[in-house]
Design a protein around this ligand. Sequence first.
Ligand code: GLY
Length: 348
Amino acid sequence: MTIDINLKRIVDDSYAIHIGPLGDIVHDGKVVIVTNPKVAGLHLLTLLPKIKAKEVYVVTIADGEKYKNLETIEFILDRMFDHRLNRSSLLVAFGGGVIGDMGGFCASLYNRGIDFIQIPTTLLSQVDASVGGKTGINNRFGKNLIGAFNQPRAVHIDPAFLATLEPREFGAGVAEIVKMAVTFNREFFEWIEQNDLREGDNLLNAIKQAVATKARVVEEDEKERGLRAALNYGHTFGHVIENETNYETYLHGETVAIGMVMANSLACELGLMSVDEMKRIRNVLEYYKLPTSYAIADVEKFYKTFFLDKKSSDSKITFILPKSIGDVVITDTIDPHSVKTILRRYQK
Ligand code: GLY
């Protein structure tokens, strides 16, 4: 006997991304803000008066990618139970990419799912991580291997929060802006080459362009069955570097910068990309003082770590390689010899 469960349905997960001064957040129920001590110290007094809700709780967790793990998730969930949140409660993820990833993941888990909104406070999370519903954590096998697609109800991007950003954090965000331009928008890249993002309205314009680009990609391919994978440009190499350095040496965006340079070297080696374009991308990254090299200790070990990436299957590694600025290929057919040739160039 066969009994079918017919679950075909249309889900509307649409949401707005507001870019500009943060307005009131009105919620008819309990609100829990998930943040870290650094963001709380700098900005909580700005956020709290904006939250109009019955009860508001704050959960702070340690700052940094190395705390993006199951233990921290359990800690956040425990606090949510302590505060007796229920299905109509709202979680506000207030911080950088790590907070957004963990806040969104907790929202997907608590009582089988509650609403959440993203208020990103770093450039990296404003231009990339807060948009598109990727949530999750790292484990000893690699980065973001546990998680869920869980779209927020809204994203509030207020560039005023960036005033306190440290220069390295700023650079890390620029790396993701450059990624967005190289993968999908040549004109945007050329604009970045000609305009210092630290001057005037340039940063606001770059945020708008990057977010608009990402929004269109997510609309087309929310669950990363194809097009969205292009946004992992730089990440295939970058995730290995993060894993090898135990998430302690570099910021995520910094490893993306190194990873883009490595991917470009591979693209050049394969005759896909011109040396001139490779140099143009490197120049922009170096202008923002991003690292563009990494000393590989053991090429075979580095290569093996690629297979922990969730975009890789047992025997294939997915690479995002530019053919030219604004046009990338997603491929899992690159021969190991070419990849290792590039890795050896980085060997210590
Ligand atoms: N950060 C890449 C993505 O959201 O798909």
